[in-house]
Write a protein of this length. Structure first.
Length: 343
């Protein structure tokens, strides 16, 4: 992945393609800008907000969490929405273009979505700046791992690119051509993966798409490496239980999300047909976020999620009623668990 744009340090711990972002923004005084980031990057968002405010732009920092490039603000009060920290996979891009007739302007690592009758949405990466003390510990861990498991392919989520490159170079390992997201992997999935990042969310993507792949998570901040098979098995058990309970439901809610990259109106009719074949009453529900607070209070027995497919996997232990994904329902065999991210 080419990051030819000059990177600037922000808040002491992050690197941003600041010039690439700035070049897309009209600097006229009074231009309204909203900066949005995942919760863990709010300090970097604050620094960028200050930077543009000092240049005379009316800049606000969003307090809202954002879960991916599918989840940006479309508030028409702003001229620009700068969304930091998420890769834009083609499946999400297609949905955005379909929903909003967006015109795409790719400028190096920065992507501008020109939304008809809406703000210009600037999607830009934010990278963790590799810390020498963390790298030293990680290199020792990887050295021990590859003695027993030679030649894993190094993979990463977007913010961890620089850590991944450093590890791959140090041990002469192949590195993935692009970052992964929680719903898309744009390269052939290898037999053994060394994922550089933190937490289970991203590395589980490999298991949900190709269960036979062995996935090692190198957690940058915890300084540990682990095979995530046990986590995948736990999620799989929750998934099977949810599907079995769904089959007993009489009234089913089909939930549409208003998030720009998740809104799938095209799925409504096929879902209604499928559910009626199963003799279920159908209720169409319009929501912003498919969260436990929403789902647990709906007057239905079960829910079909048409939004992010990870909702119907990762969050199952938080729901008080069965939730399955649209992909589960439209498969010939609802218990086919080989690809859980069909959407």
């Amino acid at each position: 992945m080419d990051i030819g744009d000059e990177l600037f340090e922000v808040a002491g711990a992050y690197l941003l393609p600041l010039r690439g972002i700035e070049d897309t923004v009209n600097k006229k005084a009074g231009t309204k800008v909203l900066i949005e980031t995942p919760l863990g990057f709010k300090d970097a968002g604050l620094e960028l907000s200050r930077y543009f405010s000092n240049k005379g732009l009316d800049t606000h920092l969003s307090g809202r969490n954002v879960w991916g490039s599918c989840d940006f603000s479309l508030v028409r009060d702003y001229d620009y929405v700068i969304h930091l920290g998420h890769a834009l996979p083609p499946n999400i891009l297609r949905t955005i273009i379909t929903n909003f007739r967006a015109v795409i302007d790719k400028r190096g690592v920065v992507t501008v979505l020109n939304i008809r009758d809406g703000p210009h949405v600037i999607l830009a990466p934010i990278y963790y700046k590799p810390q020498p003390e963390l790298l030293s510990r990680l290199k020792s861990i990887v050295n021990d791992l590859i003695k027993a498991n030679p030649n894993p392919v190094v993979t990463y989520a977007l913010p961890y690119l620089l850590y991944a490159r450093t590890i791959a170079k140090e041990f002469e390992l192949k590195i993935a051509s692009e970052p992964i997201t929680g719903c898309f992997i744009g390269f052939p999935i290898p037999d053994t993966v060394l994922f550089i990042g933190s937490g289970y969310f991203y590395p589980l993507t490999f298991k949900f798409l190709r269960p036979q792949t062995v996935v090692y998570l190198l957690d940058v901040f915890r300084g540990v490496v682990e095979d995530i098979e046990h986590v995948y098995r736990r999620y799989l058990a929750m998934k099977v239980r949810s599907i079995e309970e769904f089959r007993k439901a009489k009234r089913v809610g089909v939930v549409l999300s208003r998030k720009p990259g998740q809104l799938r109106r095209d799925l409504v009719e096929p879902l209604i047909d499928r559910l009626r074949e199963m003799n279920k009453e159908v209720v169409i529900i319009d929501a912003d976020e498919v969260s436990p607070d929403v789902v647990n209070n709906l007057p239905v027995d079960a829910v079909v999620n048409t939004a992010c497919p990870r909702v119907g996997i990762d969050d199952l232990d938080r729901f008080a009623k069965p939730v399955i994904n649209v992909g589960d329902l439209l498969k010939r065999n609802i218990l086919d668990l080989n690809n859980l991210l069909i959407w």
